[in-house]
Design a protein around this ligand. Structure first.
Ligand SMILES: [Fe+2]
Length: 385
């Protein structure tokens, strides 16, 4: 099936070049639709969100795993919880779910009986509900499908629509958790992919880790703002912003470092010159798109749910040819802390290595103590044990 043309609503489509027959690209400031829009709400101030629920969880998650079977989908990221209805979880189990999401990045469920009302109520357990700039309802946002060819759309609108992103990472308090529940879905197409920012950070060389640790990424909502108006025909509820966040952040609960760069909203690095910044961003885009070992792709069905941690993952919908009206999801999101980097924090691999070394030291210590007893009892050589 041939894809339709990029949206006729795009201002560029009103300015067709007589030479090529294709739209000319015009700077958004000359786009009257964008220039004329006055957002009704003011810019946001920083807030201190309530303490993350994962702090209250039993690290072994006994209450959650007594009712749900965890099945890890890849080594690095993604776990499916089987045999459980989210609507039936109590507060203790939800806290443990938050801890699992912190560690595994994204947790999936199938055949859920959640309603929108119950989803909102459940998600309020995790914090203060965020409101997307394009969101009408105060409590949730509707996520639709799309069958546009985004490689083509990108010629006429500056925001990379289908790129990997963490939800609204440009906010001063970007969201911690998001939950998406699918109400309508085509039998094929519209999958979502997530990549682990713990894993992406670990996959860098130690030299580059150190360099990126020292940078701030410039996250912007400007490009999406223009696209909301020009391509989606929407009316953003607050003005666009640029925010400088640490390019590597520390997760408040796990204490682990994660890359905090996504090509959907990051346009550069505050400390670098433009050409340096573009080159690093280009490299990180390749790094993200080639990280199959830190990637999980989820095939949705009606009633499927994904809950993810925007602080340690990025995601994108896989563009496709399915009818766009056949895909509708309801997303709820809560505010997270202002991102920070604790210079003393360690990465996931560094922690695993440290714990493994500590285990060996402990085992050796125990062996030495036990070894004397064994040696005396069996007369074996300690050096061979
Ligand atoms: Fe998203």
């Amino acid at each position: 099936m041939a894809r339709p043309q990029p949206k006729d609503s795009l201002e560029a489509y009103k300015h067709i070049s007589p030479d090529s027959g294709f739209p000319t690209i015009i700077h958004p400031h000359f786009n009257p639709k964008i220039a004329a829009h006055i957002p009704p709400d003011p810019l946001r101030e920083e807030i201190i969100p309530p303490k993350d629920r994962a702090f209250f969880a039993d690290p072994e998650k006994k209450a959650l795993f007594s009712v749900a079977k965890p099945v890890d989908l890849t080594e690095s990221i993604g776990t499916e919880l089987q045999g459980v209805q989210l609507s039936q979880l109590n507060g203790t189990q939800l806290d443990e779910l938050a801890a699992l999401v912190n560690e595994r990045g994204v947790v999936f469920f199938r055949d859920q009986d959640l309603t929108t009302e119950k989803q909102v109520e459940l998600f309020e357990h995790f914090g203060i509900l965020d409101k997307h700039p394009a969101q009408k309802d105060q409590r949730h946002v509707t996520i639709k499908g799309s069958n546009a060819d985004w490689r083509d759309v990108s010629n006429y609108t500056p925001w990379p629509n289908a790129e990997f992103h963490a939800d609204t990472s440009f906010e001063i308090n970007p969201p911690s958790y998001s939950l998406l529940r699918m109400e309508e879905h085509p039998p094929i197409g519209g999958d979502t992919a997530w990549v682990s920012q713990y894993g992406l950070y670990d996959a860098l060389s130690d030299h580059l880790k150190k360099f990126i640790d020292s940078l701030h990424a410039v996250h912007t909502s400007r490009l999406q703002y223009d696209t909301i108006i020009d391509s989606w025909g929407g009316q953003p509820n607050r003005p666009p912003i640029d925010t400088h966040h640490p390019a590597v952040r520390t997760h408040p609960v796990t204490g682990l470092k994660a890359l905090n760069v996504n090509p959907g909203f990051v346009i550069g690095f505050a400390e670098l010159k433009k050409a340096e910044s573009d080159a690093l961003l280009g490299f990180l885009k390749l790094h993200i798109h080639s990280a199959d070992d830190h990637y999980v792709r989820w095939k949705w069905a009606v009633g499927s749910v994904a809950m993810w941690d925007n602080r340690v993952t990025i995601h994108r919908v896989i563009p496709g040819n399915y009818p766009p009206n056949s895909r509708t999801g309801v997303r709820t999101t809560v505010f997270g802390e202002k991102p920070y980097l604790d210079p003393n924090s360690e990465s996931r691999e560094q922690r695993e290595r440290r714990l493994a070394e500590e285990k060996v030291v402990k085992a050796n210590g125990a062996e030495k103590t036990n070894g004397i007893a064994i040696h005396e009892a069996k007369g074996t050589d300690l050096g061979a044990s």
